[in-house]
Design a binder for this molecule. Sequence first.
Ligand code: NAX
Length: 338
Amino acid sequence: MTASVTTITITGAGGQIGYALLFRIAAGDMLGADRPVRLRLLEVRPGIRSAEGAALELQDGAFELLHDVEVTEDPAVAFDGCNIALLVGARPRGPGMERRDLLAANAGIFGPQGAAIAAHAADDVRAVVVGNPANTNALIAAASAPGVPPERFSALTRLDHNRAAAQLAATLDAPVGVVRDVAIWGNHSATQFPDISHATVAGTPALRALEERFGGADAAARWVDDEFIPRVAGRGAEIIEVRGSSSVASAANAAITHVRDDVLGTSEARGWTSAAVVSHGEYGVPAGLFSSFPVTSDGSGYRIVEGLTIDDRARARIDASTAELVEERDAVHALGAL
Ligand code: NAX
């Protein structure tokens, strides 16, 4: 029997992250080697030739799982029958652009895309927002998609999660595969809180391993506050500084694994992951905000890991990032986009 074809819509497909995503999806890295895919590439006029070029290269890749590719500027066509949407295309901050202008420009993209998803996508659609400001763009898209439960939308903080796991592993001289239960809380921005208080490394609590590594609890806490958290939260800027361009392949990898874990499920052996999902009031985050939390999935969508102990230091960091999300929501609300 032939497996049914999954329709995947990628916005901003002519951009850098799009180019790093398309060939891996066609090769089966996202949904597995038994799931044929149809790719719908949405672009705006300046990016359309680049997306068309990528489509030619996809053809030349002769990917056996690739059913067909369509390039379009029309969201109604792009989201028609869509099962999985990767919302990558966004308006970057231009010189002299205020945050309010950035939010407004992106509301003008993610509002109509949310509406097109509601009108044209398949009943089981799930959408992940990659384009920044990712959390608030997800909020806008979900609010603009009547009839689609907000739980079907998420925003990408998996790259931050992976960065946190990798920094911890490198510091403890451990392979990253033995790191479990790192968490990213809050906004995908400099205020995010990368949290290792529940993490283990090869079965040992990460904080205990760090105390041994740095010779005491105070030194370990200093490393967490002064090196680990700023390094993870500032890693995007570090990549730009060293590479001369923003994160691309690592972002695409994070988006692929975010979708894979969402639709195929996380595993007990690997522990939880992180994603920005809609809050129902968990951990004091106001309901309706899209905030990053530790999450698991049984294949039917991400669920927030509940019941974790949050100490005062963690509380303050989560509250600070939540306050930024509230500000962004209020600014978008004032623009009439919510
Ligand atoms: P590029 O500028 O290379 O590509 C963006 C593409 O989106 C362009 O081809 C543009 O024509 C297209 N586009 C713009 N408006 C569109 C619309 N309304 N419909 C369809 N396409 C549209 O950026 P790239 O490096 O690919 O990054 C894309 C986004 O990812 C940016 O917003 C970036 O800030 C964000 N990132 C998010 C990350 C995350 O972890 N959430 C990490 C990486 C990255 O910084």
